[in-house]
Design a protein around this ligand. Structure first.
Ligand code: C2E
Ligand code: CA
Ligand code: CA
Ligand code: CA
Length: 282
């Protein structure tokens, strides 16, 4: 019996330890990357489907490990959420986005650049942090208006504590910031909260846009989200727009904005600024 137990320990323990070591290693490396200001932002345009105008950019966190190879957000965001690092990470994203906007303004001859940045805020940050205070500080430090920032929240952030969500969103609205419901349609379909909350934009999840041209069911879901948004006085942004056919169909359904590889992949700051300037000439 004893021998068997020892076997077990010898066989399974190293593996388990390695797995948690790797996660812990990632967490440690991410913590120092945040502290040492080594994260970056990538910017992906949000395009008005009717006019082709660039309305804004979603600011997405990027992290290159010590060897310089990029770690996918699909890998480090969950680690950040489990470890609580998502709070300083989210604060960094908001502060950095505001700083980049102010830099764009001055590069543009101090005439404010007419576009906003949309930033992702995790459900955990909504509960643990004072997001409105973080946003207010970022706006004041960089002397930019609240209408230049949009906050993307998922349905799960709201479902967890709808009363808290209502008070935080109201504070953000008081700063003139806008609110988008991210990945809309993938969460719990409790529609009652939608009408109670000051949401400006529904972001139609990529899973519905994907194959919407061939798949009538997916197109029907997009149409339904669109009518819901119209009834509630909200705008819509379709995620993951990859083809011109998708963009045409979305536009025909009344969708306001599109985001996806058809327009551009996420870009670094200088590339995004050049993209914005060029879009004015189109
Ligand atoms: P998301 O908020 O849904 O962000 C959109 C994701 O879709 C981005 O992936 C973007 O690169 C990708 N994407 C955009 N257009 C297309 C397209 O046409 N086709 C396809 N296949 N994909 C497209 P990314 O940057 O890898 O981010 C993944 C997720 O990680 C984000 O999903 C978001 O949930 C999370 N994330 C990224 N940055 C942050 C952040 O700063 N804070 C928080 N809390 N989450 C973040
Ligand atoms: Ca998002
Ligand atoms: Ca999304
Ligand atoms: Ca999505």
């Amino acid at each position: 019996k004893r021998a068997k137990q020892t076997d077990r320990i010898e066989i399974y323990e190293p593996e388990a330890a390695m797995l948690s070591d790797n996660r812990f290693g990632l967490e440690t490396a991410l913590r120092s990357a945040i502290e040492e200001d080594r994260l970056k932002l990538a910017f992906q345009p949000l395009v008005e489907l009717g006019s082709g105008r660039v309305a804004g950019f979603e600011a997405l966190a990027r992290w290159d490990d010590k060897d310089g190879s990029p770690v996918s957000p699909a890998e480090f965001i969950p680690v950040a959420e489990d470890s609580g690092l998502i709070v300083p990470l989210g604060q960094w994203v908001i502060a950095k986005a505001a700083k980049v906007l102010a830099a764009w303004d001055s590069d543009n001859g101090a005439a404010p650049v007419e576009c906003y940045f949309s930033v992702n805020v995790s459900a955990i940050q909504l509960v643990r942090d004072d997001i409105a205070a973080v946003v207010r500080q970022a706006l004041e430090t960089n002397a930019i208006g609240g209408e230049r920032l949009m906050i993307e929240l998922t349905e799960s952030a709201i479902i967890g504590d709808p009363d808290l969500a209502l008070s935080v969103l109201s504070e953000l609205k008081a700063l003139d910031a806008r609110i988008a419901m991210d990945d809309f349609g993938t969460g719990y379909s409790n529609l009652a909260y939608l009408q109670r909350l000051p949401i400006d934009v529904l972001k139609i999840d990529r899973s519905f846009v994907d194959h919407m041209v061939e798949d009538r069911d997916k197109a029907a879901i997009v149409r339904t989200i669109q009518s819901l948004a119209e009834v509630l006085g909200m705008k819509t942004t379709a995620e993951g727009v990859e083809t011109a056919d998708q963009a045409r169909l979305l536009s025909a359904l009344g969708c306001d904005f599109g985001q996806g590889y058809l327009f551009a992949r996420p870009m670094d700051g200088p590339e995004a600024f050049a993209y914005w300037r060029e879009s004015l000439l189109r």
